[in-house]
Design a protein around this ligand. Structure first.
Ligand code: FES
Length: 345
């Protein structure tokens, strides 16, 4: 199908295969259409149909609440069934050569393991290597579960043949039920990406502040890995705040301790426990880390007071936690272009 996108700056043209949704089709042809989640929840990819016919693959998606008129639709959920003309209320540019252009790829689930009672680590082996930036995510489709889910990579490397993710179990989530009900090792999956603009590159040359709730720590691990690989913390500071409810919900503590041991002067990692004080034993087991009681944005706010100069902040986690962190940073007068975030629900 031929797609014409009338954006605020000018028109773009690309083609989609039958059934291919418009957002993925455009991104894979280097048309940088607006999106945030890529999976039907945030409403950022809302567009207006001027002519032609669409099929909505997920008419009940949560992002439909942002649709205000009959001619509006979500590009990440709709495919064209005829040639169409659409209007996008944003400036749309061509994805620069040299950046990681999103595409579809196949792979298989190579390994799964429980990190806590309701958080799982999962590794997907890809059929061919990919490049992605630290902080990006892939959309993953598994057999028998409708649609794609957005998962941030934990790992970072060029020409990666494995994508590592952290998945939080959701009550009555179709994918959670599929993943947590029995071992899925060996199952073939489809992925689309890389996506996401909350990326870290060492050229930013700024101190790092990472605030993450729960499985939102995934993208921060990728950023920390990227930074550690280039000895970034020999030149800049890093402050990481990881929020969970209790110590039994915390994970990656060994990895954090190892990173802090590598950069003891400049990298500080604090685990914020919203429901309890840390036990004496966990504090003794991890002398490299700090533990504090409180919501993650509160703990970060207390510790960062007066230390926001030349900081680039990365935020990830459930929307309320990310929103609270954004408010805290804006009150501290951190410029919006130094606040990068991923919300997921
Ligand atoms: Fe389509 Fe989020 S990008 S709803």
């Amino acid at each position: 199908m031929k797609i014409q996108v009338n954006a605020r700056n000018h028109a773009h043209y690309f083609a989609t295969d039958p059934g291919e949704n418009i957002l993925y089709g455009g991104l894979s042809k280097s048309v940088d259409l607006p999106y945030e989640c890529g999976s039907g929840t945030c409403g950022t990819c809302k567009a207006r149909l001027i002519s032609g016919e669409l099929f909505d693959n997920w008419p009940n998606s949560p992002g439909r609440k942002y649709i205000k008129s009959a001619d509006e639709f979500l590009m990440c959920q709709c495919s064209a069934v005829s040639d169409i003309v659409i209007e996008v209320p944003a400036f749309v540019h061509t994805i620069e050569v040299g950046t990681c252009t999103p595409d579809f790829l196949g792979g298989r689930i190579k390994a799964v393991s429980l990190l806590t009672h309701d958080v799982m680590a999962i590794s997907i082996e890809l059929w061919e290597p990919v490049d992605f930036d630290a902080g990006q995510f892939y959309l993953v489709h598994v057999p028998g579960v409708e649609g794609f889910r957005a998962w941030s990579m934990v790992n970072y490397q060029r020409h990666a043949t494995t994508l590592d993710f952290v998945i939080k179990k959701k009550p009555e989530g179709a994918l959670s039920d599929w993943l947590f009900s029995k071992s899925r090792e060996g199952v073939e999956v489809e992925v689309f990406g890389p996506l996401g603009k909350a990326t870290f590159h060492p050229d930013i040359a700024q101190n790092l502040l990472c605030i993450a709730g729960g499985s939102g720590i995934a993208g921060m691990m990728s950023i920390l890995s990227r930074a550690a690989q280039c000895d970034y913390f020999t030149r800049y500071t890093g402050d990481v705040f990881f929020g969970v409810r209790s110590a039994t919900d915390a994970f990656y503590l060994d990895e954090f301790a190892s990173l802090c041991s590598q950069f003891p002067e400049t990298l500080h990692i604090t685990v914020a426990l919203s429901e309890e004080e840390a036990s004496a034993s966990i504090v003794a087991d991890y002398p490299q880390l700090r533990f504090e009681k409180g919501f993650v944005h509160e703990v970060a706010g207390r510790n960062m007071q007066g230390r926001y100069q030349d900081v680039r902040a990365y935020l990830a986690g459930p929307p309320p936690a990310v929103d609270a962190s954004i408010r805290m940073l804006l009150q501290a007068r951190v410029a919006t272009n130094n606040i990068r975030y991923d919300k997921f629900s």
